[in-house]
Write a protein that binds this ligand. Structure first.
Ligand SMILES: *[C@@H]1O[C@H](CO)[C@@H](O)[C@H](O)[C@H]1NC(C)=O
Ligand SMILES: *[C@@H]1O[C@H](CO)[C@@H](O)[C@H](O)[C@H]1NC(C)=O
Ligand SMILES: *[C@@H]1O[C@H](CO)[C@@H](O)[C@H](O)[C@H]1NC(C)=O
Ligand SMILES: *[C@@H]1O[C@H](CO)[C@@H](O)[C@H](O)[C@H]1NC(C)=O
Ligand SMILES: *[C@@H]1O[C@H](CO)[C@@H](O)[C@H](O)[C@H]1NC(C)=O
Ligand SMILES: *[C@@H]1O[C@H](CO)[C@@H](O)[C@H](O)[C@H]1NC(C)=O
Length: 332
């Protein structure tokens, strides 16, 4: 053990004691082992950990957001998403990614996500969706036990790690901004900018490149509210390698689309040429993690204090340990 490793050991113990987070430094599996969402087989989420050890960790995603234990954090700022409206020299590539999802990848002029309490500026790498065969399921996260029919993930990479091939293994390497959907009787016209291309990517592996796709504003896919509030917790990628290096932000406002439009997602095919549906990972244990929010509807008012809400010792200790762990991670 070198002297520089020696001082890390006590820090690691403190972190572990504080909140039960274990830093994982296992070997990286080469991507290539098969995984899928088919519950009848060894590729299913329940077995991912066998080929991808991170998937068996203690801070995995998705989770259920239990709103009774969510902590309002008045110092957690919203994101600056000004650059989500950028289109100049931005190139979008749409892919039926391995029959697992529909994914749009970005190249050209970078789009940066700022603020939101993140330790750095984060570059938008791709966005993709998870959806169900029926409206009762499809989202990865759930709110008080209820799933939405679909969930959008905007995946960002920490700007300082842009040239690091193994960036996903660094603490706080990834920031995902997630959005739940709800079904409306009206079409969401902005989604046609994306859905018009789906017939061309119906089979697994099909791609439409940047010259075939007209770049549109990512902002147009999101709720039009000026400020987008969110739930914040520390978690993982929801697909192998399941790296536990993701700062999660799940929006509290929903995106609306119509039944006709979600059926366009359901018209894609997976690698077996079965319908590409139900591509979500089951809920993972929260363990000792805290969930924060900046949504003012969770603000604890004087009235709720007086009416005997238990926002006392229990929640306060969770909150302080979250802050403490955050700074210890920065030190580490
Ligand atoms: C692990 O990967 C191997 C090689 O691709 C595959 O044959 C096996 O089924 C996988 N096991 C699990 C549990 O996914
Ligand atoms: C799941 O796997 C089984 C057996 O390998 C296969 O028959 C079935 O078509 C698969 N289902 C889906 C939805 O891919
Ligand atoms: C958001 O970031 C942009 C730079 O991308 C900056 O010009 C703008 O002033 C910021 N807006 C706010 C409200 O801070
Ligand atoms: C877009 O790229 C072209 C050629 O690479 C360059 O001349 C132009 O200034 C760029 N525009 C913006 C807005 O970055
Ligand atoms: C949310 O947490 C409360 C308090 O711990 C618990 O009583 C309730 O069952 C939980 N709800 C869900 C959906 O897990
Ligand atoms: C994009 O796809 C079109 C049609 O398949 C092809 O002609 C073109 O060369 C591709 N462009 C790039 C940059 O790959």
């Amino acid at each position: 053990m070198t002297s520089s490793q020696a001082w890390k050991v006590p820090v690691r113990h403190v972190v572990t004691l504080c909140i039960g987070i274990i830093l994982w430094s296992g070997s990286v599996d080469a991507d290539g082992a098969s995984w899928n969402y088919n519950i009848s087989g060894y590729g299913s989420p329940a077995y991912w950990y066998m080929n991808y050890s991170n998937c068996g960790g203690v801070m995995q995603s998705p989770i259920d957001i239990n709103t009774t234990i969510v902590l309002y954090d008045p110092w957690l700022p919203v994101f600056n998403i000004t650059e989500y409206s950028k289109t100049d020299n931005v190139t979008m590539t749409l892919t039926n990614k391995g029959g697992h999802t529909a994914e749009v990848e970005f190249s050209g002029t970078p789009i940066y996500l700022r603020e939101g309490g993140l330790p750095d500026v984060y570059k938008l790498v791709q966005f993709h969706f998870h959806w169900g065969a029926q409206d009762q399921r499809g989202s990865e996260h759930s709110i008080d036990g209820y799933h939405a029919p679909m969930e959008l993930h905007l995946v960002h990479q920490q700007a300082h790690l842009e040239n690091d091939a193994k960036f996903k293994e660094h603490p706080f390497a990834i920031a995902v901004f997630g959005f739940m959907f709800k079904i409306s009787t009206e079409d969401n016209p902005n989604f046609e900018k994306l859905l018009q291309y789906f017939p061309k990517i119906s089979t697994a592996g099909k791609t439409m490149n940047g010259t075939e796709i007209e770049t549109f504003k990512v902002r147009d896919l999101l709720p039009s509210d000026e400020k987008l509030y969110f739930y914040r917790y520390s978690g993982s990628l929801t697909t192998p390698e399941c790296y536990e290096t993701v700062i999660w932000s799940l929006a509290t406002q929903y995106i609306t689309i119509s039944e006709r439009q979600i059926n366009v997602f359901r018209s894609l095919y997976n690698e077996n040429h079965d319908p590409l549906v139900d591509d979500f990972r089951p809920i993972q244990a929260l363990n000792q993690r805290s969930i924060l929010t900046n949504d003012i509807k969770f603000m604890v008012t004087a009235a709720s204090f007086n009416s005997g809400q238990q926002w006392t010792f229990h929640k306060m200790t969770h909150f302080i340990s979250f802050i403490l762990v955050f700074y210890l991670f920065m030190l580490y």
